[in-house]
Design a protein around this ligand. Structure first.
Ligand code: ADP
Ligand code: MG
Length: 212
């Protein structure tokens, strides 16, 4: 059984890939947000992650805590929407949980991701079924932890699949948090934009960890 580890370089690759996929999916994220929000989720995520890549390219971090702190701070300060503070808190908490390490094993990565999820909940108070990014993030982490025997890359693949399932399930839900909640029942029939970008976060992780 190869558990494997994730290096600092792979974490940077993960962020870079996430930046690329949100940029590729910018119009789609905006289209989703135009149905139940204010049509800025694609722009928010692209602006935030572009700023992140610029920042970490200019001054590369020496360890995971420093890296994720920069990511979180940059998202909080460069994204105006709800998603800036939420994703920002996610990465800030990941960094605090990680500490000054340059490598994660599966348990440490799981612990950091859970700290990130706890931060999102502390900040936004979302619960399961509220039709938010929580509905992709929480099942992704459950699947990451539950994937057995195949190492860290397989756990990331399982997390991506679970996030996608959670994202798809938001279509039938009534939004109870964020801007979409103003629509009440009229939010039914639309996939949540934040659950979609969170699925891209796990797609990016799975892409990077299954490479080579
Ligand atoms: P805004 O809603 O300010 O325009 P974005 O469009 O960038 O910000 O992000 C919207 C996404 O943020 C939603 O699709 C939802 O997934 C997520 N979101 C909003 N409020 C919350 C919350 N309280 N908890 C978790 N996620 C939330
Ligand atoms: Mg919006």
């Amino acid at each position: 059984m190869i558990e494997g580890t994730v290096s600092l370089g792979q974490l940077v690759d993960w962020l870079s890939r996430f930046c690329d996929v949100v940029t590729e999916q910018r119009s789609y994220l905006t289209e989703l947000d135009s149905a139940i929000g204010d049509a800025d989720h694609g722009a928010n995520m692209t602006r935030g992650m572009t700023a992140v890549m610029k920042k970490i390219g200019a001054s590369p971090a020496g360890a995971a805590d420093e890296l994720f702190k920069t990511v979180g701070m940059t998202l909080v300060t460069s994204v105006g929407g709800a998603s800036g503070p939420l994703y920002g808190t996610f990465f800030l908490r990941m960094g605090m949980a990680a500490g000054p390490v340059t490598e994660f094993n599966r348990a440490a990565l799981s612990a950091a991701l859970h700290a990130g999820l706890d931060g999102v909940v502390a900040r936004g108070k979302a619960e399961a079924g509220d039709k938010t990014m929580f509905d992709a993030l929480s099942p992704a982490l459950d699947a990451f932890d539950a994937a057995t025997g195949d190492g860290i890359a397989a756990a990331a693949v399982a997390a991506f699949a679970a996030a996608a399932k959670g994202r798809d399930a938001t279509e039938a839900l009534v939004a109870r948090k964020g801007r979409a909640s103003y629509l009440g029942e009229r939010s039914i029939g639309h996939i949540d934009p934040g659950a979609t970008s969170t699925t891209l976060l796990f797609q990016a992780l799975s892409d990077v960890l299954t490479k080579e």
